[in-house]
Design a protein. Structure first.
Length: 291
């Protein structure tokens, strides 16, 4: 059985955009779509009036949100296999519990009731930082979200550390019938002492050549598995987070890897993932690298 695409919903505009995006994603991959709304409605059960049916207003609202989003998904594509569930627990715990049996988790960029000026909702950030499956945060301009640019971007670091992200990005590009741009940033530290400008040029050229070789190594095996995908390789001088932000502006999806570590907090997101999750102009996929 195919693993479902799991979407966290809360009735906010951001989560409705995530539902729409996830329907298209589920159809592309021919997988089921499962919508999850989690709320601590049992907190309010102790204040029910005597004539109450025993169901809190929060529980009724949760079930209404699920039913409305399921209907929205079916209207977007009647062929999608969609289900939904309301759970009496906090959203982060519910989504993390679903992660081991999910193709990926999908969230909006900001939840219901969160401060409008926040760059990224607390639930989305916590899930992206800790889930054991890919997490896709739906954000950015409409043209990027709708997939009209025909390009997936993947940030490539160390060859071993980013293998899962590269494979995920290639699979996404193939499912969309679009191209993949693999980007590796390199730096030429200006503070390094050099005796002559020619030496500085040689040092920069060496770093760029190493970045190119590293990019080729990271892509070699995965590209063979997806021969139909048009893969473009780019090595760019500059900080990785800035380089990927610029590339994401012209992409339908940007993919980055995240290393897992043992311990309570699971994934630890570095500067690159944080920057993209807060500022990217297109949806962001954070893919954990198995250890």
């Amino acid at each position: 059985m195919e693993l479902p695409l799991v979407v966290g919903i809360d009735g906010s505009d951001s989560s409705l955009l995530a539902v729409d995006w996830a329907v298209d994603e589920a159809v592309r991959h021919r997988i089921p779509l499962h919508l999850v709304h989690a709320s601590r409605w049992e907190t309010y059960e102790g204040v029910q009036p005597s004539f109450s049916t025993g169901r809190s207003a929060e529980e009724v609202m949760a079930e209404h949100i699920v039913a409305s989003c399921v209907e929205r998904a079916r209207r977007r594509d009647p062929e999608v296999n969609v289900s939904g569930r309301a759970l009496a627990e906090d959203a982060v715990s519910a989504l993390l519990r679903a992660a081991p049996e999910a193709f990926a988790l999908v969230t909006g960029s900001r939840g219901r009731g969160e401060i409008a000026g926040m760059l990224l909702g607390s639930v989305s950030l916590a899930v992206a930082a800790r889930a054991v499956c890919p997490v896709m945060v739906i954000r950015g301009a409409e043209s990027n979200r709708l997939g009209g640019l025909g390009r997936v971007v993947v940030g490539v670091g160390a060859a071993a550390g980013g293998a899962a992200a590269v494979r995920f990005a290639l699979r996404e590009a193939q499912a969309r019938g679009c191209g993949l741009t693999a980007v590796r940033a390199w730096r030429n530290p200006s503070q390094e002492p050099v005796d002559h400008m020619l030496l500085a040029d040689d040092a920069a050229r060496l770093r760029e050549e190493r970045a190119t070789a590293g990019l080729d190594d990271a892509l070699r095996e995965a590209v063979r598995e997806h021969p139909r995908v048009d893969v473009r390789r780019r090595t760019v001088e500059g900080p990785t987070h800035r380089v990927l932000l610029e590339a994401a502006a012209q992409a339908d999806l940007v993919v980055v890897g995240a290393q897992r570590r043992h311990g309570h907090f699971g994934l630890q997101l570095g500067r690159v993932a944080h920057t993209l999750l807060h500022h990217s102009e297109c949806p962001v996929a954070v893919v954990p690298q198995p250890v």
